[in-house]
Design a protein around this ligand. Structure first.
Ligand code: CTP
Ligand code: MG
Length: 238
């Protein structure tokens, strides 16, 4: 059972946007990666299930591509308290579509999560909530970079980048809903690859919490075998 610092009422007043409108070009699968099977279930189905475990009562908004209507219906069959909306050509547009769909609801906090990260854990959600509870407007999971970083042009190294203070960031990213909405409304269309970048652009302060190595994003073909193995391991734990 997930532990939480927030009251049931407060947790119900949160929403989750799951962005699933991408084409998954780098994965190169026949159907977009979020509809590929991992351990017998669609990737998107696993992601929704994992978040549902973390917060049983919140409203979920799943942002899908209009071409994938039938696949999405299959992936979300039986899921409760979910609405689907159509996304855009970039992730930024897709998140904005999700935020717009929540205007009437106007939750206090919104969590934005990639459909392609099925290993999001309840522990991570609780860690994020703990920073929200302390008053943060924005919290994102981050992992300190351990590899040495180089810049290269035309296959040739031009310099080495000091990795001190550099992080690889993940989703879910949590925000004060109305502040993220207004950040999206003012940000230019730059194809920001995460919402923290949009929030930052609007001058917001973002906190980091400990990310989770297991919470990787299925991106390249080799990630499917990795996800399959990790999912089988997770299932055998239960
Ligand atoms: N996404 C989205 N709408 C877009 C682009 C991306 O909802 N127009 C979603 C993807 O479905 C994914 C998440 O954003 O769950 C993270 O994006 P990424 O891993 O880059 O997925 P894709 O854009 O689909 O993959 P690629 O960049 O390889 O084409
Ligand atoms: Mg992409």
């Amino acid at each position: 059972k997930s532990q939480t610092l927030f009251s049931h009422e407060k947790r119900t007043n949160m929403a989750y946007i799951i962005v699933a409108a991408g084409k998954g070009q780098r994965a190169g699968t026949v159907v977009p990666k979020q509809y590929c099977l991992i351990a017998g279930k669609m990737l998107l189905t696993h992601t929704v299930k994992a978040l549902r475990q973390a917060n049983p009562d919140a409203l979920f908004v799943v942002v899908i591509n209009e071409d994938d209507h039938d696949l999405a219906t299959k992936a979300l069959a039986g899921a409760k308290n979910i609405i689907t909306v159509t996304g855009g050509a970039t992730r930024q547009e897709s998140v904005y579509a999700g935020l717009t769909a929540l205007k009437a609801e106007a939750p206090e906090f919104v969590f934005v999560h990639d459909a392609a990260r099925p290993f999001v854990s309840s522990v991570l959600i609780v860690n994020i909530e703990s920073d929200l509870q302390k008053g943060a407007d924005a919290v994102i999971p981050a992992l300190a970079i351990t590899d040495t970083l180089k810049r290269a042009t035309n296959g040739m190294i031009t310099d080495t980048i000091d990795r001190a203070g550099l992080y690889a960031v993940q989703t879910p990213q949590a925000f004060n809903y109305s502040k993220l909405l207004s950040a999206h409304e003012t940000a230019p269309h730059n194809d920001f690859t995460d919402d923290a970048a949009v929030f930052e652009y609007a001058g917001g302060t973002i906190h980091i919490c400990a990310g989770d190595e297991g919470n990787f994003k299925v991106t390249h073909p080799a990630d499917f075998a990795k996800a399959e193995a990790q999912m089988m391991l997770a299932c055998s734990d239960i």
